[in-house]
Design a protein. Structure first.
Length: 75
């Protein structure tokens, strides 16, 4: 291992570090975009689940009312 750092070696190291910074920035952007898409999909799924639960509760309420009506007419 060399113990001296020349200006050209330092310039080369600086260029390599800048290149890595650019790559890390691109990766960070890709990760952020991926999480944004995932957040959108989770929000959409949550909305669909809430609508489904409301529909199920409505159906159960109607069936329960019909059952109470049938029981009341047979008494």
């Amino acid at each position: 291992m060399r113990s001296t750092w020349t200006d050209s070696r330092l310039d080369d190291l600086n260029a390599r570090v800048k290149s890595m910074d650019a790559k890390i920035d691109r990766l960070d952007t890709k990760v952020d975009n991926g999480f944004a898409r995932l957040d959108g999909r989770i929000d959409s799924l949550n909305h669909t689940m809430v609508q489904g639960m409301i529909a199920l509760i409505s159906i159960i309420t109607v069936l329960l009312a019909a059952l109470i009506g049938i029981i009341a007419t047979h008494l």
